[in-house]
Design a protein around this ligand. Structure first.
Ligand SMILES: [Zn+2]
Ligand SMILES: [Zn+2]
Length: 214
C-alpha cells in the first residue's frame, strides 16, 4: 500500500485509527485486556528520534513504552543527553523499559521492570526473566496480536485499517522511532537521512565540548 508510508503523518494515522477502533493505550503492567493497545518502541539507534516521536504521541494523548539500551553502540544513556532523554520521556507520560542485550538484563532505577531483548535468538526470546516482564513472553505475545515495522517492512501489512475496524482483540505494536522520524522509502535512504542529521548534531556537540572549530 503506497499510502502506508513510514513517516510521522502516517504514524498519526495509525494512532487515529487505534482511537477510531476504540483501543486504549496500555502499559506492560497487567494481563492484556480486550481493547488494549501496547505501543512499544525499541530504541536501537537514536534518542533524538525517540524524543521526536514521544512529543508527537504526547500531543495525541497516546502513551507508549520506550525500551532504551544501556549497551548501545549508537548512543550513551549515561551521558547528559541520555539522562535528559529518560527524564523527558517520563515527563511526557511515557514509560521506560530496558532494551537489553543478551544475556544482561540489569534493571536499575531508570527502568520500569519490563524488558525487550535486542535482536533476540529463539532459544531465550520468550523465556521469563527474574524480576521483570519479558514483552515477548506468552503473556504479551501472540502472533495474531503483534505487528512490527522491522527494517521498514510490515510482515503482515500496515495495521492501520485493521485497527480502525477493531479487528484485533488487543495488539502489541512495535515500531522503531528512526524509521518514522527520518525520511526515506527504503531503510537505506532512511539511514542516509539519519546520518545527515547526526552530522549536524555532532558539529553542535563538538562546539559544546569546546573543540576549536575555527
Ligand atoms: Zn497504514
Ligand atoms: Zn533492538
Amino acid at each position: 500500500m503506497s499510502s502506508c508510508t513510514f513517516d510521522l503523518p502516517h504514524y498519526r494515522v495509525l494512532l487515529d485509527a487505534a482511537k477510531e477502533g476504540g483501543y486504549a493505550f496500555a502499559f506492560f503492567d497487567h494481563e492484556p485486556r480486550p481493547g488494549d493497545l501496547f505501543l512499544r518502541h525499541d530504541v536501537d539507534l537514536s534518542l533524538e528520534a525517540a524524543l521526536t516521536l514521544a512529543e508527537l504521541e504526547s500531543e495525541e494523548e497516546a502513551p507508549a513504552t520506550y525500551f532504551l539500551m544501556t549497551q548501545s553502540t549508537f548512543y550513551n544513556l549515561a551521558a547528559p543527553p541520555g539522562e535528559a532523554a529518560v527524564e523527558r520521556l517520563r515527563a511526557l507520560g511515557h514509560r521506560v523499559g530496558l532494551h537489553a542485550v543478551w544475556p544482561r538484563a540489569e534493571l536499575d532505577e531508570r527502568f520500569d521492570p519490563v524488558v525487550a531483548w535486542h535482536n533476540p535468538d529463539p532459544p531465550y526470546m520468550s523465556e521469563s526473566i527474574d524480576g521483570a516482564d519479558n514483552v515477548m513472553s506468552p503473556r504479551f505475545f501472540a502472533r495474531d496480536r503483534y505487528r512490527s515495522d522491522s527494517n521498514q517492512h510490515w510482515r503482515s501489512g500496515c495495521p492501520h485499517e485493521a485497527l480502525a475496524r477493531g479487528d484485533f482483540e488487543w495488539l502489541q505494536l512495535l515500531t522503531h522511532p528512526e524509521i518514522w522520524v527520518y525520511d526515506g522509502t527504503t531503510m537505506r535512504q532512511t539511514m542516509e537521512s539519519m546520518l545527515a542529521a547526526e552530522r549536524e548534531l555532532r558539529w553542535r556537540q563538538l562546539a559544546e565540548d569546546r573543540i576549536d572549530l575555527s
